[in-house]
Design a protein around this ligand. Structure first.
Ligand SMILES: [Fe+2]
Length: 401
């Protein structure tokens, strides 16, 4: 199978090519024929939010996403409203309860705004579910067809950490706007003059926070159930106890489109940021989504102009001689990064630029990262110390340290 053939429909629609994707998200060539649980890539990230109507506006106005589909009471869905938004090759679906007895209300009461479903595109739903069953994973939805005038999807779902699931979708026989039950809808929000076409092109990784002692269990889940392999980056005791108070390992699917770092809290002198998340999310869940951009400076400028808040980076981060030495040359002067609070990390393959937003909702739980890769396939391990100094300052402000 050639690289070109491995481009997903979403990527083709977003005018992305293989070279861009190699750079953006570290796509690698991969033969899926021997894979018991082949995964093509992300299908959609589904959020439950307290007010989807307003959140849909925020993701269009601040994050430059395009509305492309909708489901709600006007079209027979009396339970909830759902807005499907796109940027580049990735879809977000925002769901908010309409019916006060909707299951989404109870979910939102427990967890607040958050990710309920990391849906993945797979070539063979039945094969994946069969493999999941064989190794003892929890199947939430048996494989079945759903059909409307746009064709048929094959769909199933398995459980992952907390109340998060992976819906598995084969949409090769479907050309509707999202799923049966949804209608096409385009943005009524008008972008500002001169606004960039889009602020991010793809999704790079989603980090899961799990309980103390559970990281290896979930790494094992992704290894055993989904055939994901461990990537090199590993945050162990050395960094964990002094600065980050977390441990982390990363698993990825065969083509590396889908990457899941998994964090657990580390024992530390004060409450870790992972513990704070677990308290406020009431259990394990998705901590952050890393959005890939090919121009992080322009993206951050546009987001700041719309009022998106980022974590502060201490000035000392940029003047630290050891860090400067390690970073070497990057595509812009360090001062340009400092102005925006963008972090740099480097490894043997290259470097990456990254920055983290403050929590997206009211609870100190889910947030976004922006990432611009230049060869590095890491996740910013070298920034952990600097980052966690900044994070802990925020945590102290909220009185949770
Ligand atoms: Fe990340």
């Amino acid at each position: 199978m050639s690289f070109q053939e491995t481009l997903t429909n979403e990527e083709k629609l977003a005018d992305l090519d293989v070279d861009q994707l190699k750079k953006l998200v570290g796509l690698v060539e991969y033969d899926e024929s021997g894979d018991e649980f082949p995964v093509t890539g992300w299908d959609a990230i589904v959020f439950v939010v307290g007010n989807a109507t307003q959140a849909a506006h925020y993701y269009q106005s601040a994050w430059g996403m395009e509305l492309e589909a909708y489901s709600g009471p006007e079209h027979g869905n009396r339970d909830h409203k759902a807005f499907v938004l796109r940027s580049g090759s990735i879809r977000f679906v925002l769901k908010g309860a309409v019916d006060p007895d909707s299951e989404l209300v109870a979910h939102h009461t427990r967890h607040g705004d958050g990710v309920v479903d990391i849906a993945l595109e797979v070539p063979d739903v039945d094969k994946c579910i069969a493999q999941a069953k064989k190794v003892g994973a929890t199947v939430l939805v048996e494989p079945h067809d759903e059909t409307d005038e746009h064709g048929t999807i094959r769909i199933g779902a398995i459980a992952t950490y907390g109340e998060t699931r992976h819906t598995l979708i084969d949409r090769s026989r479907y050309n509707g706007p999202y799923l049966p039950g949804y209608v096409a809808r385009s943005s009524t929000f008008v972008k500002r003059d001169g606004a960039p076409k889009r602020l991010f092109q793809a999704l790079d990784h989603i980090v899961g926070n799990v309980e103390l002692g559970k990281m290896d269990e979930w790494v094992g889940f992704y290894n055993k159930v989904m055939g994901f392999t461990n990537m090199a980056e590993f945050i162990g005791d050395d960094i964990a106890t002094d600065y980050s108070a977390l441990m982390s390992k990363v698993v990825a699917n065969g083509n590396h489109r889908v990457k899941f770092p998994l964090n657990e809290p580390a024992i530390s002198t004060h409450k870790s940021q992972i513990d704070e998340y677990l308290d406020f999310y009431r259990g394990p869940g998705a901590q952050h989504l890393a959005l890939a951009t090919n121009d992080i400076l322009a993206t951050v400028d546009a987001l700041r102009a719309e009022g998106v808040d980022f974590l502060d980076t201490p000035d000392s981060y940029y003047s630290d001689p050891e860090l400067r030495e390690r970073i070497g040359q990057v595509r812009v002067p360090i001062e340009e990064l400092q102005k925006r609070g963008i972090l740099v990390d480097r490894d043997e393959d290259g470097y990456l630029l990254q920055i983290f937003t403050k929590p997206l909702g009211d609870r100190p739980t889910v947030f976004f990262e922006l990432i611009e890769r230049h060869g590095s396939l890491g996740f910013g391990k070298g920034n952990f110390k600097a980052l966690f100094v900044a994070l802990e300052r925020e945590q102290a402000r909220r009185g949770n340290l």
